[in-house]
Ligand binder design. Structure first.
Ligand SMILES: [Zn+2]
Length: 289
């Protein structure tokens, strides 16, 4: 999981781009959709300024829905968002492109699936005025998006990590308990604040992992990770001892951590394998030396 840079362009210009991309539907009756939406632009411009100020000062928690939107206007606003259309694909590509031209097409909510949709950080059902605010949209996978649904704040704190605003800690907070019994690995991921991460931030991290069922989802991937790791080590055994193979594997993971952070579920498990008695027992069973 890594922080992402929010859209750097002008929010209102993006809104206008979305509106301009709308075409008149066949048989559409007067007053036409595009004209109705254009009438809302002054009102949306003010709302966008409020969002941008809250975003810049990291105070989205205090954002309140505008009471003046009626049901018809809400329907019109929600129709602005269509993931597959050009402005949103361009927005997604702008956000997941890193400075070295490397595109990060993996959902950073879970680090498991590919990005295939945009999440509304502030839910569009509660805040239809921000349905296409580019700083309110974040590239994610549909599995995470479905778990997130309309949740965003609970008990005065965020339910999810805002990858634009919450600076992810460098320190490790994701761990794995690994056992090897009866020729089978049992893997249990858990969160622990061993490095005194700010309590409010750690609470958000915990909410995020709970809401998206991440620990279970990581667990479901564990056998695949172990199998890949075993193959890497086995490949090195052609030239190296088991001890040296594990040292090399460890060095590779440390490089990966500089790119993916300290809490990527695969690397956390692989590092645990490198230094665990459980994996040594497994290697001994397999005759790896
Ligand atoms: Zn995801």
């Amino acid at each position: 999981m890594i922080n992402l840079n929010s859209y750097s362009g002008d929010s209102i210009l993006f809104l206008q781009e979305v509106i301009n991309s709308k075409k008149r539907g066949k048989g559409e009756q007067f007053p036409f959709y595009k004209d109705r939406i254009k009438l809302l632009i002054p009102f949306l411009s003010n709302a966008y300024k409020v969002y941008d100020t809250a975003f810049t000062s990291n105070k989205l928690l205090y954002l309140a829905p505008l009471p003046s939107i009626n049901a018809n206007q809400k329907d019109d606003l929600l129709k602005l968002y269509k993931y597959g259309s050009k402005p949103f694909i361009r927005l997604k590509n702008a956000i997941i492109s890193l400075p070295n031209d490397y595109e990060l097409n993996t959902c950073q909510y879970c680090t498991i699936n590919d990005v295939n949709t945009l999440d509304h950080i502030v839910p569009k059902e509660c805040f239809p005025e921000f349905v296409v605010h580019p700083k309110n949209l974040i590239p994610v996978c549909s599995e995470c998006n479905s778990y997130k649904s309309n949740k965003w704040v609970k008990g005065g704190n965020f339910e999810f990590i805002n990858l634009y605003l919450h600076k992810l800690p460098y320190q490790q907070f994701l761990y794995v308990d690994l056992k090897y019994t009866n020729s089978t690995f049992s893997v249990k991921y858990f969160l622990k604040n061993t490095h005194n991460i700010d309590a409010i931030l750690f609470n958000i991290i915990k909410n995020h992992y709970d809401n998206l069922k991440l620990l279970n989802r990581f667990q479901g991937k564990a056998n695949q990770v172990i199998s890949e790791f075993e193959n890497t080590v086995r490949g090195s055994l052609i030239k190296l001892s088991l001890k040296d193979s594990l040292e090399c594997a460890k060095a590779t993971i440390v490089y990966e951590q500089s790119r993916l952070g300290m809490n990527h579920y695969e690397n956390v498990l692989k590092l645990t394998l490198c230094s665990s008695l459980a994996f040594m027992e497994y290697c001994s069973d397999k005759g790896y030396k």
